[in-house]
Design a protein. Structure first.
Length: 193
């Protein structure tokens, strides 16, 4: 967990070492003086981009600024709290542990971000097994994915998630048994009509 107070104290001391006011530092970084004040009081932390600019300005390493403060790689709640949404989402997209981390991030995402992740999976640009993702999807997202899979636009054998499907979803699958590329009968969920 980040220790915002320690980071704020370091920023304050480094700013004063350069004989800069909060307003001057703010102007240099193209932020408001109120933002600098919040950092120094430990109420917020600069974005990763601004942290990098601060390290250049103060001639220190990012490790020095964040020393004794730590956000675990999979602590997405803290990452979303202290960094921009884009930076947090980017971190997840570029991580090597999507399947392990999906349960730690998906509930934090806004609808547009969730849709982005789903579309990246469907386009094969993000490797997440639907088995791991399915329990965290909203009904509308599940139906969207089913529609894509059942129309054979995304190659996925639904048998691995058949135990997660609602009766309505099973019924949708059964209606596509003649056009879907994998056998529906093997799913062990024949719907009685």
């Amino acid at each position: 967990m980040l220790n915002l107070g320690k980071i704020g104290n370091k920023i304050t001391n480094l700013r004063k070492d350069l004989n800069l006011t909060q307003a001057e530092l703010a102007k240099t970084l193209y932020v408001t003086p109120q933002a600098v004040s919040k950092w120094e009081k430990g109420k917020s932390v600069p974005s990763i981009e601004l942290l990098i600019e601060l390290t250049t300005l103060f001639n220190v390493s990012i490790d020095f600024l964040l020393e004794d403060t730590e956000i675990l790689d999979d602590d997405y709640k803290s990452i979303f709290k202290y960094y921009s949404r884009a930076a947090a989402l980017n971190k997840f997209i570029n991580s090597k542990s999507h399947n392990e981390d999906v349960n730690k991030i998906f509930y934090l995402l806004e609808d547009s971000e969730r849709k982005l992740i789903i579309n990246m999976i469907i386009s094969n640009s993000l490797d997440i097994d639907l088995t791991h993702l399915w329990p965290y999807l909203k009904d509308i997202e599940r139906k969207y994915i089913l529609g894509v899979v059942l129309s054979n636009k995304y190659d996925y054998n639904l048998s691995s998630i058949s135990h997660h499907l609602s009766n309505e979803e099973k019924s949708i699958c059964y209606k596509h048994k003649d056009t879907y590329q994998y056998p529906i009968m093997n799913y062990r969920f024949i719907i009685k009509e």
